[in-house]
Design a protein around this ligand. Structure first.
Ligand code: AMP
Length: 512
């Protein structure tokens, strides 16, 4: 088996996934309504859809923009698009028509696939770039699957080179315009294959797939890794804690964002017994609180394996399978991935334990931003390292720690304040669930360090108590100027705290 360049010399991800399939009858996907889809079914269905794409004029290199709910046909549409040599472009289902206008104009797809309810609005947008439109509903029904029923299942996978595009994923774009990250066949194949090894996936694994598939986590990490391993997945439309706990009795792996783990911990049905059939719990896409990690270990007997990646780079680091899964750390660089920490201003590599900019290089790293050569150039060093925008350090044991996004750094009175340091101090106080530290405009200091804190129900912590507890533990310039209590922090669908929303909400508190 050679997933890095098989005998047919076709670097197409689809060929690398399925050319050496030994048993077409093997189960690939099961759904809640009792469908059992084998690898053979997947390949045949992808062939039908690929034939439909070609009939609609989709050519190799063309973009297929897809804004539809999570469903098996949507996942197969991804495989079919790649198989036809085209570029799969998933779009968050929450985007409004107004937002879609930007993506469609920017990406100029040959075909847009949307929910039947959105057809009128999408048609108008697609017309602007000459794109055709097909529909696919959450129930799997629509013009696309209708056409597939009469299309042939045979399809010769289009030959692609390592460097050809397989997908474009737009970054969430909380600052400035959203950018299309161009991912190649080799980016996706090499990363999945290395994760299969690192996380010891086998054909005995059963993954609980509860993530959305418009994002790198659910689309590539969860689906590609499962399919490469010839494992199977239980494909859920959304996160449902009760159901997930029930499914643990016959599944082996859960991949989730940190919110999955905090919500599951709130469920009394989560016990050692309930998790006893499970082999592995993986978390990523946002920081998993060290407390959540410890609580999960105590409740289930499993140490969550935290990994770190991003849309542009696929997965970069992972805690080890066998070694220590360190709470609050994202583990070691994956095989084939180089990670370094540099001085953000000079780009000079920094020694171990020193905080700076995380940079990565490897076959996992994307080709660049779609139609943004200047932006692409600005985010790569001349030796090929990608500047992630994440601030962190590598410790003496080679574990990478992330302290937050560079843009979330607070500069108060000319001093750099790393939010994570203050957040960890406050999080450790009794009664605190979690904290977000932000910088907001301040007349004297430029930015004022501000702590937004969520407490347990019934806890009666005050601003004065928090500040008193921090006094003497933090340098004066790091001390929050204000501590604000809220019921919950704003998060996006991937569980990331949206600090931009907090900064906006409190932008006037220090300025007169
Ligand atoms: P996205 O492109 O949406 O996957 O977001 C990528 C960003 O999420 C990274 O640049 C990090 O800032 C953050 N991220 C991903 N995984 C982790 C993790 N395990 N711990 C902390 N931050 C993470």
């Amino acid at each position: 088996m050679n997933h890095f360049g098989n005998t047919t010399m076709n670097a197409n991800l689809f060929s690398r996934l399925f050319d050496d399939l030994d048993d077409a009858g093997r189960l690939a996907i099961e759904t809640l309504d009792g469908q059992r889809i084998t690898y053979g079914d997947l390949i045949a269905f992808s062939g039908r859809l690929a034939n439909v794409l070609v009939a609609r004029g989709v050519k190799p290199g063309d973009r297929v923009a897809v804004q539809v709910e999570k469903s098996v046909p949507n996942l197969v549409l991804y495989l079919a698009t790649v198989r036809a040599g085209a570029v799969y472009l998933p779009l968050n289902t929450a985007y409004t028509l107004n937002e879609l206008d930007y993506f469609i104009t920017d990406a100029e797809p040959a075909l847009v696939v949307c929910d039947p309810s959105k057809i009128d609005g999408i048609k108008a947008l697609a017309a602007k770039v000459g794109a055709k439109v097909e529909t696919l509903g959450a129930d799997g029904k629509g013009t696309l699957t209708e056409a597939a029923t009469t299309a042939k299942p045979e399809f010769t996978t289009v030959a692609r080179a390592n460097d050809d595009l397989a997908a474009i994923l737009y970054t969430s774009g909380t600052t400035g315009r959203s950018k299309g990250a161009m991912l190649t066949h080799d980016n996706l194949a090499s990363n999945s294959y290395s994760l299969v090894d690192y996380w010891r996936f086998t054909d005995k694994d059963v993954l609980i797939h509860a993530l959305p598939i418009y994002h790198t986590h659910g689309l590539f990490v969860a689906s590609n890794v499962t399919l490469f391993a010839r494992a199977s997945m239980i494909f859920l439309p959304k996160f449902d804690p009760d159901l997930i706990i029930k499914l643990m009795a016959r599944a082996t792996v859960l991949m989730g964002v940190p919110t999955f783990y905090t919500r599951l911990l709130q469920n009394p049905a989560l016990t050692k017994q309930a998790a006893s059939h499970m082999r592995l719990f993986i978390s990523g896409s946002a920081p998993l609180l060290a407390d959540t990690h410890r609580e999960w270990s105590a409740r289930t007997g499993h140490a969550v394996l935290e990994r770190y990646g991003m849309t542009e780079t696929n997965m970069n680091t992972s805690n080890p399978y066998d070694g220590d899964r360190v709470p609050g750390a994202v583990g070691h660089a994956l095989p084939g991935v180089s990670v370094r920490v540099t001085d953000p201003d000079t780009g000079k590599e920094l020694p171990r334990e020193t905080i700076g900019m995380i940079e990565v290089k490897g076959s996992n790293v994307f080709k660049g931003y779609w139609r943004m050569p200047e932006k692409t150039k600005a985010e790569f060093r001349s030796d090929g390292f990608f500047i992630t925008g994440d601030i962190g350090k590598i410790d003496n044991n080679d574990y990478v720690h992330i302290l937050g996004r560079g843009k979330d750094l607070v500069i108060s009175g000319g001093f750099n304040v790393y939010p994570k340091e203050i957040e960890s101090e406050i999080d450790a106080m009794p009664g605190v669930v979690e904290t977000a530290v932000i910088g907001v405009p301040h007349t004297d200091f430029g930015e004022g360090v501000t702590a937004v804190v969520v407490c347990n129900k019934g806890a009666s912590l005050t601003e004065g108590q928090v500040l008193k507890a921090l006094d003497g533990r933090l340098a004066k310039f790091k001390m929050p100027k204000r501590v604000i209590f809220v019921d919950e922090l704003p998060r996006n669908a991937m569980g990331k705290v949206q600090k931009n929303i907090l900064r906006d909400a409190y932008k006037d508190i220090y300025v007169k």
